[in-house]
Design a protein around this ligand. Structure first.
Ligand code: LFR
Length: 490
């Protein structure tokens, strides 16, 4: 059975064709495209129509390849959205979650609605760019968008609507807004009222794996294809990535590693106690009524930005070249907390890393090797910190860590992660989100009875690299120092 997955990330997107045969799962990349946000004046937008264009290109390539899929589905990053007017047309270009208009918005909302109340009602971590604070920022700025809006759709909801003409909000993404109440299983009326947002913008929420219409006749005519069903999968990319974790045990720890690093475990019921709130953990909705108890870690973003800055200065270096430089730099000299607010916006990362290190009384990295080493060691050590928190909150110990996503191509990071956590890392598949997207389409179409059968097939079809911990004592000592300099112990 052949199905097509679109996976859109913060820096690029791809269309992957998946074939399920007697030999297992085979994937073929049909189309890959950049996703460059566009700065216009003070605003940072997603180029949503270009993304829709690329989605159609993917279908065209499938047709030309003679492989028209039996269904298609889209997943993307979370929290961002588009608003439709009452004529069904998109109002404006969606904002990027890194747009600076949310600065201070979360604090203002929290002054009106206590943090405990929001967490009790949503179970979602407090990130300054959550949909809730984006809407509050638009409100505060008197945005005309809010006056004209009739319908709210997350990014994959919106692209799916362009394909099918049907509006439907999907569960895994809906939870990331911090406006969805998992206890009620519905949008939270109290929080919407506090923001003065009409509940009529939001539709009933569909579970991952729900059939969500067919390609519109106009789309079929434009591309020269017949009608194809569209499925709402776990449309939050992290939801799809976790669906693809080839775990053997029912309870497992994962790290979805890309622009962001999402580390946690899959659970049956959200953990919404004081400790989870204190640790700023989240409970994002997943497949089969599960939740992802996890925490966002800034991830490879800092390195991606550093590389982009160097490129602008005419110093183009691949990620593997940068990793080589890091491997050659002296170990354990300086660390950052990658989740310091300093590193959230785009731009000049090297001065910010140096500033952080000097502020905390450390040696400030001087060259590329030192800077990259500082980032990768800091990530590995932060993974240990968050893994230990996950174990405390979930009330269990994990025997190792599954890593999925493009970040596993950085083998140095995988090695150092195993060393930092003192447990094995099992890395694969690299196309985690796209593979999870395919898997949920196959479940929806009856090819797998449930996610565990799908995970079994994934385990048998994709290589998993094993990294064992090395230099235990040195990493143990480094961890203690990392916790002290970053102030994470407090
Ligand atoms: C990862 C991700 C994270 C989300 C962040 C922003 O790609 O979806 O889960 O917190 O992007 O949307």
């Amino acid at each position: 059975m052949t199905v097509l997955a679109y996976d859109l990330g913060a820096s690029g997107g791809k269309a992957l064709l998946g074939r399920l045969t007697d030999r297992g799962i085979e994937v073929e990349e049909l189309h890959r495209f950049p996703n460059d946000p566009v700065q216009v004046g003070q605003r940072l937008h997603w180029d949503i129509l270009r993304l829709y264009h690329e989605i159609k290109q993917g279908l065209l390539k499938a047709k030309l390849r003679g492989a028209v899929p039996e269904s298609v589905a889209i997943d993307s990053w979370a929290v961002d959205f588009g608003l439709l007017g009452n004529n069904g047309e998109l109002l404006g270009n969606p904002y990027h979650y890194r747009d600076r208009h949310t600065e201070g918005a979360m604090e203002k909302v929290l002054a009106a609605v206590p943090r405990e109340r929001i967490f009790q009602r949503t179970g979602i971590q407090f990130l300054p760019f959550n949909t809730m604070y984006q809407l509050a920022a638009l409100k505060e700025a008197g945005s005309p968008l809010l006056k004209e809006a009739a319908r709210f759709l997350m990014i994959p909801d919106l692209l799916r609507y362009f394909l099918t003409g049907e509006t439907m909000n999907e569960f895994s993404n809906a939870t990331t807004t911090q406006l969805f109440n998992p206890t009620l299983g519905d949008w939270d009326g109290e929080l919407l009222a506090a923001l003065d947002i009409p509940p009529s913008w939001f539709g009933p929420v569909a579970e991952p794996g729900t059939p969500a219409g067919q390609l519109l006749p106009s789309v079929c005519a434009e591309l020269g294809v017949g009608s194809i069903p569209v499925i709402a999968v776990a449309e939050h990319d992290t939801g799809s990535a976790v669906a693809a974790v080839p775990a053997l045990e029912r309870s497992f720890a994962y790290l979805s590693c890309g622009t962001w690093s999402l580390l946690g475990t899959e659970i049956e019921r959200p953990v919404m106690n004081e400790e989870a709130l204190r640790c700023n953990f989240t409970n994002e909705g997943g497949i089969g009524r599960t939740f992802r108890l996890l925490k966002n870690i800034m991830g490879l973003w800092i390195l991606q930005e550093l590389r982009r800055e160097w490129e602008k200065e005419g110093q183009s270096r691949s990620f593997s070249e940068l990793a080589l430089l890091a491997a050659g730099a002296p170990p354990f000299r300086a660390w950052i907390d990658p989740d310091d607010a300093l590193f959230l916006p785009a731009g000049d990362m090297l001065p910010r890393i140096r500033q952080y290190c000097l502020r905390t009384g450390q040696h400030a990295p001087e060259d590329a090797g030192e800077a990259v080493r500082c980032i990768l060691e800091s990530l590995a050590l932060k993974y240990r910190y968050v893994l230990e928190m996950t174990e405390r909150l979930a009330g269990r110990q994990f025997s190792g860590l599954h890593m999925v996503g493009g970040g596993i191509h950085n083998t140095l990071l995988c090695r150092w992660t195993a060393s930092a956590i003192g447990k094995p890392v099992w890395a694969g598949p690299a196309e985690g989100s796209a593979v999870g997207n395919l898997a949920v389409q196959w479940i929806a179409r009856g090819a797998f009875p449930d996610i565990w059968e799908a995970r079994k097939a994934i385990r048998e079809s994709f290589p998993v690299a094993v990294y064992e911990p090395e230099e235990r004592d040195a990493w143990e000592e480094a961890y203690g120092k990392f916790i002290a300099v970053t102030g994470l112990a407090e």
